[in-house]
Design a binder for this molecule. Structure first.
Ligand code: NDP
Length: 415
């Protein structure tokens, strides 16, 4: 079953939303960063002088950011890794992916540590230059979005060519724009964005240590959750090949800018605040935060791996039992046991618990510690809605049968 075409009014409305997001989100990221680094994390109305802290591109920022992208691209292309094939495309073919993300991640963190230990580049250089890096990265990434748009237009299928230029730029002109084996979506979704999120957090920890002579338990927890989340991503890199983004999403501004700017600069606001505020959680609160984060991680990991293994081999046991599922007329199977029998997106629940735990590291001191969690709630509810619509269109009555068995979307008993 194909997706129904939106009416002209819906398309017009969507385009207004796209323009609003492409303008508003970069401002929102600047607002968060300036509030945290210049106004002690206070939620203020940006009055006179606030926006003077926005920084434009600089040679220093450009040198750093271009080297960063080049390093990540070189590691992606040159490091050996397991060759895996993605899910079948509409024409039945499967794209190859080299899974070398963990090696690339370890080498990058090792390089950052080496530069710090040898005194060549202080570990907190990135924290102290965040403004100019963001100012430059925004320009570079918008340029990259134009490049993948042009590339995508050339590689688009007939159905994808139906999008007008604005829709194609924002949503993506093609599902998998590639230069030979270099897959832009797979690369941008992880390497330069997710690894940078970790490096920014670690850079904040170094800055806190250099400024105050110690690293607080809050900073340790914030960095621990981020490192755990991203290291786990790379350890289970093959599972990414069955996610919504890789399987269904075209690659445009939304994913490209989101992965390269929104994730690394907005998600670590708690750690960025802690860099200049040596706040420690009381012991009981630190333990509670740890438990929430690790439990969330357990749900997230188990849920994603259950689906991934089931899709590769439908006889894999789940929670010690034979899996139960609905055999759809479309051909694929919908799992109804394990976490996929509890809620249709229990993985989002785990993810949300982890982001909440990252926020809790700042106590009640700044809203911006929780900005990632708050934005993530909206993003994942919207994503769940989109995915539900996609599955309803794709699977028809089989999805209705699944929904009858699995009523809850994300939080059992609540939503
Ligand atoms: P999922 O991995 O949850 O995949 C959804 C797809 O799985 C559906 O489109 C459908 O695809 C298939 N599916 C749905 N129900 C079932 C079922 N019962 N049994 C088997 N397959 C089913 O989606 P996401 O890609 O959104 O999420 C992957 C992970 O990434 C999550 O943990 C999420 O939290 C995380 N994430 C993190 C973000 C971040 O910024 N940190 C942003 C977004 C996601 P099909 O058509 O193949 O049937």
């Amino acid at each position: 079953m194909t997706e129904s075409r939106p009416t002209p009014t819906v398309r017009l409305f969507n385009m207004v939303v796209f323009i609003a997001l492409m303008t508003g989100l970069p401002i929102w990221v600047w607002y968060g960063l300036i509030s945290v680094t210049r106004f002690d994390g206070a939620l203020t109305w940006p009055s006179d002088g606030f926006w003077s802290h926005v920084q434009g591109p600089s040679w220093k920022g450009a040198a750093f950011y271009v080297c960063w992208l080049a390093l990540q691209a070189a590691l992606y292309r040159l490091l050996p890794g397991k060759l895996e094939y993605g899910q079948p495309l509409p024409d039945g073919s499967r794209l190859p992916y080299t899974l070398n993300g963990l090696k690339s991640f370890v080498i990058t963190i090792g390089l950052w540590a080496l530069l710090h230990v040898t005194g060549l580049v202080p570990g907190d250089w990135i924290y102290t230059h965040l403004g100019t890096i963001l100012g430059t990265a925004n320009f570079v990434v918008f340029g990259l979005c134009f490049y993948v748009y042009v590339l995508g237009r050339r590689q688009a299928t007939a159905a994808e060519r139906d999008l007008n230029p604005l829709e194609a730029f924002f949503l993506g002109a093609a599902r998998n724009p590639r230069n030979g084996p270099f897959d832009w979506k797979f690369f941008c979704e992880s390497r330069p964005g997710l690894t940078f999120w970790v490096v920014i957090a670690l850079s904040c920890a170094v800055h806190q240590h250099q400024s105050f002579g110690a690293v607080t338990n809050s900073m340790v927890l914030a960095c621990f959750f981020i490192v755990l989340y991203i290291a786990d991503y790379y350890v289970h890199e093959d599972a990414i090949l069955t996610t919504w983004d890789i399987v269904h999403e075209p690659f445009g501004w939304m994913l490209c800018w989101g992965s390269l700017i929104y994730v690394p600069f907005f998600y670590p606001l708690a750690a960025i605040w802690l860099a200049a505020h040596p706040y420690s959680l009381p012991g009981w609160a630190a333990v509670l935060t740890f438990v929430i984060g690790v439990t969330g991680y357990g749900i997230f990991r188990q849920c994603n791996i259950q689906k991934h293994r089931f899709r590769r081999d439908a006889t894999t046991r789940i929670w010690g039992k034979e899996p139960t599922f609905i055999q759809t007329r479309h051909g694929t199977k919908l799992l109804t046991s394990g976490w996929w029998g509890v809620a249709s997106h229990a993985n989002y629940l785990g993810d949300l618990m982890m982001s909440l735990a990252m926020g809790l590291t700042v106590g009640l001191n700044t809203f911006f510690g929780y900005a990632y969690f708050a934005a993530f709630v909206i993003l994942l509810i919207h994503r769940d809605w989109r995915d539900d619509r996609h599955c309803a269109q794709k699977y028809g009555d089989d999805w209705k049968a699944y929904r009858e068995q699995v009523r809850w979307h994300i939080v059992p008993g609540v939503y």
